[in-house]
Ligand binder design. Structure first.
Ligand code: SAM
Length: 376
């Protein structure tokens, strides 16, 4: 099918194109077709979630991690990282800051830990921030269904757990033995059973990852019926096994050399656009990794179909210790500065910030109400 016809078919209703047609969208290299892809996705976004951006204050609550993912800067085996775990008082202070700034919602993210003490610690934190009335997202990795249920009961509304790739064979190459793709999928199902707004996502541009993999990732988001998508470009970290820049994703083109920052950014933006065209009414974050690749990366994410930004509200003294990839932005910028800078950036593209709103996923509420299309 012709490129323009695929765009029209995708924009007409959710989940209306095949993985193969999605692959055609993702393969676009530049020029008019790329602009048409972004503007079609932007149109679908405006129709479904408006021209306003939801802010979630991001707390990087700790970098102690039991996992050893081959791409991640805070993997267990990276001995160069100074480890930290924020005390409850400091996490609560970040939440208070976010509430005072009118962010409306908060994301608590950390390396992965399991066990009763950790479960209880997060419960306590959630209990203390509950009176602030923020929409709370957790991104704390794989847990038992009982733990997910306890955190939900304590006040968490959303959970983000990236599948990283929907291809189990690729997942196995990116993780050491003992990490299980099947468990991650089972966790996503458990989160849905517990009543969360469920978020997932992938990294784009991973070694060995093909455009077909990426197209199927988006179909996977639909199959799991995700409410939120948090995905971003893969950026190598030199202290990890996948920091070797000669490992190039075939998604950058046959025989391509190491991708430039702009190549990585564009692939991330195309994933946002194709996901918006496929899922229409989900929340999609313009990940910080986009800004690591270009100053205006997140604004470009919004123009490609994203509608959520996560300003970092973590104290600057922790930020260097939470570097998942190289080039993390705003390492020395206090949260208040981030806010002022973001306000200008968002105004510059003609969008507004939805201050004071929890910014729930419209898709979640439509599913709860038994509707699939936007209300008239
Ligand atoms: N531990 C939680 C989990 O497993 O979901 C959350 C923290 S984890 C560090 C957050 C996300 O960082 C991962 O899901 C992964 O997609 C992303 N990430 C890790 N290393 C990255 C890299 N080198 N480039 C881009 N994103 C990366």
């Amino acid at each position: 099918m012709e490129f323009k016809a695929i765009l029209e078919k995708a924009a007409a209703k959710p989940r209306n194109i095949s993985a193969e047609e999605m692959g055609t969208l993702l393969a676009v290299a530049g020029g008019d077709r790329l602009s048409a892809l972004f503007s079609a996705a932007y149109g679908v976004k405006v129709r479904n979630v408006g021209r306003s951006v939801a802010f979630r204050g991001l707390v990087e609550a700790g970098n102690v991690c039991a996992k050893d993912c081959l791409y991640c800067g805070i993997r267990k085996s990276n001995a160069k990282v100074g480890r930290y775990a924020m005390p409850a008082d400091e996490i609560v202070a970040c939440a208070e800051f976010a509430a005072k700034e009118g962010y409306g919602s908060l994301v608590i993210q950390s390396g992965e830990m399991e066990g009763e003490a950790h479960t209880r610690f997060i419960e306590e934190v959630l209990g203390r921030i509950r009176p602030l009335g923020l929409g709370v997202t957790l991104s704390l990795g794989e847990q038992t269904e009982e733990t997910f249920a306890r955190w939900k009961a304590a006040g968490a509304a959303r959970y983000l757990l990236r599948i990283e790739t929907s291809n189990p064979d690729l997942y196995a190459r990116l993780h050491p033995a003992g990490h299980s793709w099947e468990r991650r999928v089972e966790c996503l199902r458990a989160l849905r059973r517990c009543g969360y707004q469920v978020g997932t996502g992938v990294m784009a541009g991973l070694p060995w990852q093909t455009l077909d993999d990426l197209a199927r990732d988006i179909v996977f988001f639909g199959e799991i019926d995700a409410d939120m998508i948090g995905m971003g470009p893969f950026i190598p970290h030199e202290d990890t096994p996948l920091g070797d820049r000669s490992l190039v994703s075939p998604a950058f083109g046959p025989g391509a050399g190491p991708p430039s920052k702009e190549d990585r950014l564009l692939l991330g933006l195309k994933m946002i656009a194709a996901t918006r065209l496929y899922l229409h009414d989900v929340n999609i974050a313009a990940a910080t990794a986009l800004q690591a690749l270009a100053d205006d990366g997140r604004e470009r994410g919004l123009l490609a179909g994203a509608n959520v930004i996560m300003p970092n509200v973590t104290d600057v003294r922790y930020r260097r210790s939470y570097q998942l990839y190289e080039g993390k932005p705003c390492l020395d910028e206090e949260a208040a500065q981030c806010r002022a800078c973001l306000r200008l950036r968002i105004a510059s593209i003609g969008e507004t910030i939805a201050f004071g709103r929890a910014g729930d996923s419209p898709h979640f509420h439509r599913r709860q109400a038994g509707r699939t299309e936007p209300a008239p």
